[in-house]
Design a protein around this ligand. Structure first.
Ligand code: PLP
Length: 378
């Protein structure tokens, strides 16, 4: 399943890279990064660390100062009550998901995944011989998993529920009441919850972000500097959760990656210490890009697409492009003929849509959207 779904995405990324290498302009709506420079505070801290620290192995679970600051961040920002024993620093949020699933899953277990989902969830579950069970959600319900859908898919083999709040690719943002209800069902039915919260600071229009860590002890929170502080390439993520699980994940990390890069951990420490300043700079820039993207799109395509409350992406129905093609065929044509890189909805488990990132600079967004308009009405 996973191979088929990702092949079009891989082909689109490779074609985009080939075209770029040939010096062609590629309109990049396929990015998963906030396209922003690392904040000067992060860079200063790294220069300082290189000048004054020995850059050697860090403890496997992370530099103690960083673990402490990370737990303090979750506690102050999201009403959690984590200690350093509940905290692990990893090489990106993705490794938290990988390590947790490797530890928790055995062959034949079922992992409940609301769709549209981030592409890696089913693929990681399959690596450990578990079965991804896809729970479809609906656009008219803001792509939120409903308690009924969850209940209807739980079987004796269900082991993990993955929640992604705020969501990629739809920008879905759950309220406290909605999360409480889902967590209660999970508790009653003995499901362990992994809550992927790597977009927690990329929330717009003053809406509150609620962490599942505030509401339940029986949950693993996946966090990261990648999106929140525009630091994708530094590769620093965090797991927060029950001590036993964190201990097992630390042991796994000790025999695999050994931990996140030490230099990057100093960068992450600076980002967390200056989190208010950095995350609001990132959020403000992305909010402007979101508004610019949607205002321009709605004007060019004569429609009323709603702006998502969070995230970096527009999840757009194909009917707006007057095409009968599948999402993979449409995206392949866009990159091949017009150098426009988008990701097909099927990669996220939802046919009939494409994902366009609005995280690039406005000039590129404008040129790319105009090029897209010309494809639709030459
Ligand atoms: N979770 C979601 C929903 C994502 O979109 C991504 C990256 O695109 C990740 C996790 C992984 O982030 P990282 O490994 O860079 O921390």
């Amino acid at each position: 399943m996973a191979d088929q779904m990702t092949s079009a995405t891989v082909a689109i990324h490779s074609l985009a890279a080939e075209k770029k290498a040939r010096g062609e302009t590629v309109y990049n709506f396929a990015a998963g990064d906030p396209i922003l420079s690392s904040h000067p505070r992060v860079l200063e801290a790294v220069h300082h660390a290189i000048d004054t620290e020995f850059i050697l192995y860090s403890p496997v679970a992370g530099i103690p100062e960083l673990k402490k600051e990370a737990a303090a961040w979750m506690n102050a920002q999201y009403n959690c009550s984590y200690t350093e024993d509940n905290t692990l620093v990893t090489a990106g949020g993705k490794f938290c998901l990988f390590a947790a699933m490797q530890i928790l899953l055995k062959s034949g277990d079922e992992v409940l995944i609301p769709a549209p989902y981030w592409v890696s969830y089913p693929q990681i579950a399959e690596l450990f011989k578990a079965t991804p069970v896809i729970l479809q959600t609906e656009e008219r319900l803001e792509w939120k998993l409903t308690p009924e859908t969850l209940k209807n898919h739980i079987t004796p083999r269900s082991k993990i529920l993955i929640l992604n709040n705020a969501g990629n690719p739809t920008g879905t943002l759950y309220s406290k009441e909605e999360l409480k209800e889902l967590l209660l069902i999970a508790k009653e039915r003995d499901l362990f919850v992994i809550s992927d919260e790597v977009y927690s600071h990329i929330v717009y229009d003053g809406k509150p972000f609620i962490s599942c860590g505030e509401l339940s002890d029986n949950v693993l929170i996946v966090q990261s500097c990648s999106k929140n502080f525009a630091m994708t390439g530094w590769r620093v993520g965090f797991a927060f959760g029950p001590r036993e699980l964190i201990r097992s994940m630390t042991a796994l990390q000790g025999q695999s990656t050994t931990g996140a890069s030490t230099v990057s951990q100093w960068a992450a420490l600076a980002a967390l210490k200056h989190r208010t300043e950095i995350s609001s700079a990132v959020q403000n820039t992305l909010c402007k890009r979101r508004d610019f993207f949607f205002d321009t799109f709605n004007q060019l395509f004569h429609c009323q697409l709603k702006k998502p409350p969070a995230g970096l992406y527009a999840f757009i129905p194909l009917f707006l492009f007057k095409t009968t093609k599948t999402s993979s065929e449409f995206c392949t044509e866009l990159i091949a003929k017009r150098n426009i890189a988008c990701i097909p909805g099927i990669a996220f488990g939802k046919e009939g849509y494409i994902r366009m990132a609005f995280s690039e600079e406005e000039e590129m967004l404008l040129k790319g959207l105009k090029a897209l308009r010309e494809v639709i009405e030459p």
